[in-house]
Design a protein around this ligand. Sequence first.
Ligand SMILES: [Zn+2]
Length: 348
Amino acid sequence: MPHSDDIKVPHPRYSRQILFSGIGSKGQSRVVDSRVAVVGCGALGAMQASLLVRAGVGTLRIIDRDFVEESNLQRQILFDEEDVQAVLPKAIAAEKKLQAANSLVKVEGIVEDVNASSVDKLLSGFDLIVDASDNFDVRFLVNDFSVKNRVPWIYGACVGSYGLTFPIMPGEGPCLRCLFESAHSAGVSASCDTAGIIGPVVAVVAAMQVAEALKMLSGVHENISRKIATIDMWNNRYQSIDLPLPQPDCPCCARHEFSFLDGSLGTDVTTLCGRNSIQIRRRGGTNIDLNNLAQKLAPLGRLEQNRFLLRAAIDGYQLAVFPDGRAIIYGTDDPAIGRSLYARYIGN
Ligand SMILES: [Zn+2]
């Protein structure tokens, strides 16, 4: 075959993705120009970030407030035993490994708590936000940011063998507050720290989120899912249901009340001076069923309960939880750790 200068040789790194007709070289160059933020670097975030960095996004920011722990290794594929020994922040450990996987991508690991005061700084300037958070306060905050700034985001959650994901496209479909009440009943929803989780469900949810991300980033709008996908890998149930229409009276996407951004809803964290403790209060008043919470926490530590409060000793911390959803966490004066423990053990 005569050599022709007209034949463009694709970059071998992305050749298989370019060969895929859904993306092609045009789609790939869009992916390469894109900026994606991943909120959370637990199991979902680690998997999403790996796939996105390998797919060649231009910039990937991954934000997380926690450190790598031994119990993460079962499913959080970016981390290893050295990270546990070094007590590395997840975002830092992730950045190092992601950068080694693809030096063409600008990887930013940010060790921060995503909250009403930090969200603008952390998420501004990105084309897409991928949810890998572990609680509804952060998701509602991301939702407010997304609707206000018209940036799409992709919801993802899993616990046990169950997972759930759907994309949120501001202006084109419902937002998170069209789908869920903001005052989510704390203490009712299970978390991986109370109900456990298996790795495969994480891999599937993260993969579905990144597939949607690649469609959005490569500009294949018509293929973006308009469905809620739910999977239960232990009980073999896989469902896909249409996203509902936006609620005409939605406080967020219809009335543009960004209550989580302005701090009128969400979590209020106060350091109790000199007591090595944190108080966490949910704005908007969410009552909590202490009996239900006690059942959830019983396998995890020592509990004491009366009709005023539930006290739990878990992981070297003492948690005192009150029926109005308020909690005092003894053993730390770091608000980020307090939020993290609240999300893990009390509810989200
Ligand atoms: Zn809405």
